[in-house]
Design a protein around this ligand. Structure first.
Ligand SMILES: [Fe+2]
Ligand SMILES: [Fe+2]
Length: 526
């Protein structure tokens, strides 16, 4: 009896555990299966796994004994809350949102779902468990023990990479801040806010690294991360795609599918870093990031699904009959393709120049590795290897072998494209099942580029080079025009009734946290 009672009491103390299993994306936590050795005591492992919520800033990095960093973070906190108030989601700050919060970094169960007002969300510092005896998996320091402190000679490079990653996190919140008022359902509204609070947490993750490991410079950089603003003329965010508008929900889904996926690739590369705290931080961020891409992939699936259903119902056989399709109150497939073209190419630009000495230096230094570095079968130094790069040679797009070290951006971009294709296969299956011959495709990498080999030329989505005049005449066929934008905007009327969805999007197959279709994901309070 006594034993049973004790067990019941213990259970009552433990928050309900949910593994976020609705993700189509697989989460990835390298080292979690092999990393823990018997040398690490179980108790120690539990401390790392579970998050301390007793301090103002939840963490699993023992902040209560790291007074200086705790003080710096607490000093940064009011500025962050001001930023959230000014630039976070517009409205809904008093609404109760059914959000997940990380309470552990154990991949088997790390999130807890509950109603939270967004300003009360517990933004915390969470690092994946330290892998015992981890070594640097690439570059000139290959095989040496991973660094627990910043090596002096790589300090500037590491700081720059952390700042660039950090800058993208608040930028996307700023870009998405107006979307709440046109959400197609409470389910989607909740997903938007989940993505937003987690991007906020990712900013905290980078700020922790800056404040703990980079002294005064780090503190200044942390302040600047709150100062820049997406799209601002004087003080923009650092990367192009993060200064673009996210005007409607189709853009939001495209952004979370394509641009968050660039984030995934960058985080994977940084998760390989010889600087262990950065590696551990990125590993945990990837766990959250998977949901963002899930939101994008299923969001686009649901738009495509609804369009196909509406076309079938109305007996439309030609999906390119835009006027007829739009009259049904759904987004026509050619316009979806244009949005895809835009967001995919903006995201390609985030990988930087195909041939880059910065990328080579970061790899050599052991600072930034390749996608799935530890699974690649080669010498992990790449001194004598080559990699094929698409280049412009005498007015033609050709593959040219470049030293593998300088071609690392190209390689990561290729891995990204492979990853992107999975979604297209799913969307095209929906279209094919509905009986339509239309196919969504990824445009050629020479199309609509601002960065790299193809920035000075124009090409069609099929990769045919064209002159300026042809480009100006035809670009509206390939990229969303003002008219397309106006049409999509006309569909963006909010739906806030429980279990209801806007005309242009299908309900999801499963609810978040396995909730039923009529679940009130957001209790709206204005
Ligand atoms: Fe993020
Ligand atoms: Fe994200």
């Amino acid at each position: 009896m006594a034993g049973l009672k004790r067990e019941a009491r213990l259970r009552a103390d433990v928050p309900a555990i949910h593994v976020f299993s609705a993700d189509g994306e697989k989460t990835w936590m390298p080292g979690t299966s092999s990393g823990m050795t018997e040398n690490v005591s179980k108790e120690h492992a539990m401390n790392i796994m579970n998050v301390d919520y007793s301090t103002k800033i939840p963490n699993n990095v023992n902040l209560s004994e790291d007074r200086q960093v705790l003080k710096a973070l607490e000093g940064w906190h009011p500025g962050y809350m001001n930023w959230w108030g000014d630039m976070g989601p517009e409205g809904f700050q008093q609404s109760l949102v059914y959000l997940r919060t990380a309470y552990s970094v154990d991949p088997r169960g790390w999130a807890k779902f509950d109603y939270v007002k967004m300003p009360d969300y517990r933004w915390g510092i969470l690092l994946a468990p330290q892998e015992e005896n981890r070594v640097i998996p690439f570059g000139q320091h290959y095989g040496e023990p991973a660094w627990q402190e910043v090596p002096g000679e790589h300090r500037a490079m590491l700081r720059r990479l952390i700042v660039i990653q950090g800058d993208t996190e608040p930028a996307s919140v700023e870009q998405q801040r107006h979307l709440g008022k046109t959400a197609p359902s409470l389910y989607d509204l909740r997903n938007l806010f989940q993505v937003n609070v987690e991007e906020g947490r990712h900013l905290w993750a980078m700020v922790y690294l800056l404040q703990k490991y980079f002294g005064r410079d780090g503190r200044e950089e942390a302040d600047d991360l709150l100062r820049r603003r997406s799209g601002d003329a004087d003080s923009p965010r650092m990367l192009g795609a993060f200064n673009e508008a996210t005007p409607d929900w189709l853009s939001f889904f495209m952004f979370t599918y394509f641009t968050d996926r660039d984030g995934k690739m960058q985080l994977h590369s940084l998760a390989q870093s010889g600087f262990d705290p950065l590696s551990r931080t990125c590993r945990f961020m990837l766990t959250e990031e998977a949901h963002h891409m899930f939101v994008g992939e299923t969001g686009i699936s649901r738009v495509v699904q609804r369009t196909c259903e509406a076309m079938k119902q109305a007996g439309i056989s030609d999906p390119s009959d835009i006027a007829k399709v739009r009259a049904l109150g759904v987004v026509d497939l050619p316009t979806i393709q244009k949005k895809l073209n835009l967001h995919y190419t903006l995201s390609l630009d985030l990988f930087g120049s195909e041939v880059s000495t910065n990328a080579a230096n970061a790899f050599n230094a052991g600072v930034k590795g390749r996608f799935h570095e530890t699974q690649i079968k080669d010498d992990h130094r790449l001194q004598n290897d080559t990699y094929p790069v698409l280049k412009l040679v005498n007015g033609e797009i050709k593959r040219v072998d470049e030293p593998a070290l300088t071609a690392l951006n190209m390689r990561l971009r290729d891995d990204y494209t492979q990853d992107c294709i999975k979604g297209l296969l799913r969307w095209n299956k929906i279209i094919a099942l509905a009986g339509y011959g239309f196919k969504l495709t990824l445009p050629n990498v020479a199309f609509h580029r601002q960065i790299g080999e193809f920035r000075d030329i124009h090409a069609t989505p099929d990769g045919v080079l064209i002159d300026d005049a042809t480009w100006n005449k035809r670009k509206g066929d390939w990229l969303p025009s003002a008219d397309d934008g106006d049409f999509i905007a006309s569909l963006m009327t909010p739906v806030t009734d429980i279990g209801q969805f806007a005309s242009w999007i299908s309900p999801p197959k499963v609810g978040i946290d396995n909730k039923p279709g009529d679940f009130e994901y957001v209790k709206i309070e204005t």
